[in-house]
Design a protein around this ligand. Sequence first.
Ligand code: FAD
Length: 528
Amino acid sequence: MNPHQTDVLVIGCGIAGAAAALRLARDRQRQVTLITRTADPEESSSRYAQGGIVTLGEEDSADLIVKDILAAGAGLSLPSAARVLVEEGPGLVLEVLVESAGVSFDRAPDGRLAYGREGAHSCSRILHVGDATGRAIIQALIAALRGQSNVHIVHSATAVDLITFPHHAQNPLAVYEPITCHGAYVFEQSHRAVHTYLARATILATGGLGRIYRYTTNPEGARGDGLAMAYRAGARVINAEYVQFHPTVLAVPGGEGFLISEAVRGEGGRLLTPDGRSFMKAYAPRWGDLAPRDVVARAIHHEMVEHGYPYVLLDIYSVLSPNRIRERFPTIHARCLALGIDVTSQPIPVVPAAHYFCGGVWADEWGRTTVQNLYAVGEVACTGVHGANRLASTSLLEGLVWGNRAARDIVARRSLSAVAPDDVPCWEEEGLEEEADPALIWRDVRTIQHTMWHYVGLVRSTRRLARALRDLRHLDQDIDSFYRATRLNDALIGLRHSVQAALIVAEAAQHNRYSRGCHYRDDTKGAM
Ligand SMILES: Cc1cc2nc3c(=O)[nH]c(=O)nc-3n(C[C@H](O)[C@H](O)[C@H](O)COP(=O)(O)OP(=O)(O)OC[C@H]3O[C@@H](n4cnc5c(N)ncnc54)[C@H](O)[C@@H]3O)c2cc1C
């Protein structure tokens, strides 16, 4: 089978990958291949974003947003990266999302854009489309991409490994060259075969890893694929201990993982214990219910553990009128109602869940990683914007800005050379007859998720982390043997990536004995 050759391979079509591809497509001579492991290209974390995308509010300034990002980041956000986000982001929201893709953000009755407010933001500055902002954005971006003749979208195609020299080079002397990416091996689900995709530049935009935790807001595909592939290729990974837990996820049977947007607290929603006690002021005297999400998540966790509550309550009905609730939060209202909770007259039972990966593949201000010709953008990357804790609604903007920037950097580097197809070996799968047993995969995934939830979760300790590492290393060896002896499928690829991503997070958490932002250790230094 001949390799597939393209100028730029984009792995993942959430907001980051889609923004990159759209910018690259402007030059009709450039061929862009965009792959996604799902059958529907819109399926991604981006699609489920509710609250919105941060921009400059009416009584706002770039300095004020940067200040809020740095404050939420707990001293670990990179100021220059936050500055890039804030200085380029608002312009790109208008140019790419509103003018080019045609996203209709909500407007006030006088026609001006309506700005929402969320936790730890100093003012109203979040653009939204009801409470289904991500869906509107991703529908518009994918539709815009479908109109580009030089963008080839390949669905149901799972990247297995990045192709890097010297690792995959036929020439032994390549060992003296810097590590360079030339594309990826991609498992095409319909053919059940791995194909070679060669590219002058590769953009990793595979999103986060929430699914390595038992409770998460993330969709099924957020299993750390990109992180694990880049790590194996030798890319630098940083800040992996910082996994953000969303404080308010629906705690009703059948509603597992459904996020109750922070905008609910932004609109005045209050957190209460099941017996009606307001508790956030005791944990965050300045912010109260609008404290940064790590503080709120740990406060809820603490209340639940201390008092044995199965959940806490989020009350919006005593603050907003039923009409306003239905208008501002239509998705939340409908979903809760279907599960027996009428949010216009009842508080919502909520618990915390894994939500966002603040660490990732180190990427500079143009999305460049430490592997040549490999870019990382969006949640898989760590640009430094989010530091130890992400400020709400900044990740869609980060994906948009860095997707666009990586594309611009590739455009500027006209001399990117292509590797000769003969220099790259084909994927070897000869002789593998055994089919992957779904029961084994399911059980191993659940073991990873439980281990991460209990030992590498909201509150960590030396003992818990040691236990997690022991269990995960053992599992990693078993999964590796299973992987090498079995015919590939998407679930098996994901299992291997999940255990490796879990190890990366657990090892980073063990190394860092200092509590900061969303990495909290109850047996060492640092403040809550
Ligand atoms: C429920 C929820 C609500 C959120 N709300 C907000 C919000 O209001 N505002 C905000 O700013 N952020 C929000 N976030 C976070 C934000 O949505 C994500 O951080 C962001 O969308 C990530 O974008 P991305 O492009 O990096 O990745 P994603 O959107 O996750 O896209 C990843 C892509 O990679 C593909 N992929 C993964 N692995 C492979 C593989 N091996 N091979 C091929 N393709 C692969 C996937 O199929 C997908 O196309 C929310 C997240 C969730 C889950």
